[in-house]
Write a protein that binds this ligand. Structure first.
Ligand code: FES
Length: 564
């Protein structure tokens, strides 16, 4: 690390030609006295605030705290907007725009006179997009997420978004709660500012930000409305000034060892399946290859410690009071690379040295984990030659080994049209299969993988079945759901040739997912099944269609990955 004041921004402001002068004139035009910006590093605050992204709607307030810290440490803060991705509002899916947002982040950083950047995100795709863009720009950066919502409460029960939204929606369909109950729930589920408070994708990525070394200790779990979050934002602003001076770049923080720490953490928290795709994409921006088999190897030797919904019982607020990510990482210490450098200026080991668990039912000790191995497993076999993912910690144990006849839906529309048809030939032992919901087929690999239980089975009391698709699922979802089947059906994968009645075998212990047909029959069907890709004639959709990679490569654009 260098320590001098020859900041990158000097190239903008101290040039002999006219524009160096006009840039300083523009700063004065914004009311800044020259003494307030000369001889100081410029700190960007890259803000994914938007009122269309309810999880990030409070980030302008948090930016004020960051600015205070930047000024206190002798820097000059400039807040700037980037694209925001609101999980609830964007159609067809935010995942279709994650790479686009990352490009906006990367080029906003690269094109401007910034010596370091504070990344403000929160909702599911905003955090990975920020980290992807920052990795590509490779200007010193620190992550501050917006924090989780407060826990929701209803009729004596503690509820988490959106694990319990889905659970009660199922009960509504089954006739076990009324429309009035459902309306009442709507008013209590999102209780405060912040992102979803289960260990869904947003909470997962915030936690991985700490284990990657890109966020200060404690970032993940302080609730959005907790004063400690504003304090952490202030400290992050100060640290950004130090990073500008020391030139600690994302590529020096997010090393292969740091990614192993993040994968271990992902398994230990029973985190979102989406994080696999995001970690692969972030690493790819730095020329680091994260094969799916690495996720599986580390899963086998990493116990599940965090007792949060959807795999467990508690919510992010409880995680905070139990000690947060530092306490969890401290417990994982024997499995982590502790010497990784972090944006705090200390190693990961130093960051967590004094952390402690204050509730051993929320963060389980290594000697009494929730599960002896990690929450996620990677499957392969004739139905998923390049891999598929199951969150075994959120699955029904009796379904982890299962053979049953397929009930096939050609796409999401077909599913919605027929799933509740009384004449659908389906039993609790059937395997529900949905095609054409992958990166190309969706397009954008929407979170459609939690196929609903057919109404006639709901009425029989069935609440879980084996469900398979090339889609993703929300990190808040619960059930025996196989997703990310690769290659996807629209790209010629074997998922596309499954017919209703074909036997499918799932064996999670053996990591197998097979279409029980003779190899020659699979070959025959593949040869006669043309890939089905919806045509996108223009704009970003066309760029996406021509360049998106499959799930095992992080669904990034091929031209955005760095050379190894
Ligand atoms: Fe934003 Fe769940 S909707 S994190």
């Amino acid at each position: 690390m260098a320590t001098d004041t020859n900041w990158r921004s000097r190239e903008w402001f101290e040039t002999p030609e006219l524009y160096g002068w006009t840039r300083q004139a523009a700063l004065q035009g914004m009311g800044l006295d020259p003494a307030s910006f000369q001889d100081r590093p410029i700190i960007g605050i890259c803000n994914s605030w938007s009122e269309l992204t309810h999880c990030n709607a409070h980030l302008r307030d948090l930016a004020h705290s960051v600015k205070t810290g930047v000024w206190q440490a002798g820097g000059v803060p400039f807040e700037f907007p980037v694209m925001s991705l609101g999980e609830f509002n964007m159609r067809p899916t935010t995942m279709l725009f994650r790479n686009l947002m990352s490009i906006v982040v990367e080029e906003s950083i690269r094109a401007n006179p910034l010596d370091a950047v504070v990344l403000l995100g929160g909702c599911d795709k905003t955090t990975p997009a920020l980290l992807m863009g920052a990795a590509s720009a490779d200007v010193p950066a620190i992550l501050v997420t917006g924090g989780p919502q407060l826990s929701a409460h209803w009729r004596g029960e503690t509820l988490g978004s959106c694990t319990d939204c889905r659970r009660y929606h199922t009960e509504l369909r089954a006739g076990n709660i009324s429309a009035e109950d459902w309306g009442e729930l709507q008013g209590v589920m999102v209780r405060s500012a912040g992102h979803c408070m289960t260990i869904g994708t947003a909470s997962t990525m915030a936690t991985l930000g700490e284990s990657l070394g890109m966020a200060l200790p404690g970032n993940a779990a302080f609730p959005a409305v907790d004063a400690r979050r504003a304090q952490l934002a202030q400290r992050s602003g100060k640290r950004a000034v130090a990073l500008a001076d020391n030139r600690l770049r994302p590529s020096e923080v997010m090393t292969p060892a740091a990614f192993e720490n993040a994968i271990r953490t992902l398994h230990a928290i029973g985190g979102s399946t989406n994080a696999i795709v995001h970690l692969i994409a972030i690493a790819g921006r730095l020329g680091i290859d994260l094969p799916l088999k690495l996720f599986d190897q580390l899963s086998d030797s990493t116990p599940l410690l965090l007792n949060l919904k959807p795999s467990g019982q508690y919510l992010m607020e409880d995680f905070c009071y139990a000690g947060g990510a530092p306490a969890l990482l401290k417990e994982l210490t024997p499995l982590l690379h502790q010497d990784c450098q972090t944006v705090s200026g200390e190693t990961l080991g130093a960051n967590i040295a004094h952390a402690r668990i204050d509730n051993a039912d929320v963060i389980r000790p290594l000697v009494s984990p929730l599960q002896p191995d990690g929450g996620l497993a990677v499957l392969s076999g004739s139905l998923a030659p390049a891999g598929a993912i199951i969150k075994r910690s959120a699955a029904s144990p009796q379904l982890l080994t299962h053979q049953g006849p397929a009930v096939v839906f050609e796409d999401h529309e077909d599913l919605l049209r027929r799933i509740d048809d009384e004449n659908l030939d389906v039993t609790k032992d059937s395997v529900l299969v949905m095609k054409n919901a992958g990166p190309l087929g969706g397009p954008g690999m929407p979170e459609w993988g939690l196929l609903p239980i057919p109404k006639k089975l709901l009425d029989q009391g069935v609440r879980d079945m084996v469900r398979i698709s090339d889609a993703r699922i929300s990190g808040t979802a619960f059930g025996t759901v196989v997703v990310h089947v690769t290659p996807e059906s629209a790209a010629g994968g074997s998922l596309g040739i499954v017919e209703t009645g074909d036997l499918i075998e799932l064996d999670v212990a053996q990591r197998r997912l097979d279409l029980c047909l003779p190899p020659e029959e699979i070959e025959r069907r593949l040869a006669s099944a043309p890939p089905k890709v919806k045509d996108s004639p223009r704009g970003h959709f066309r760029l996406y269609q021509e360049h998106v990679l499959q799930a095992d490569q992080g669904c990034d654009f091929d031209f955005l990955r760095a050379e190894p």
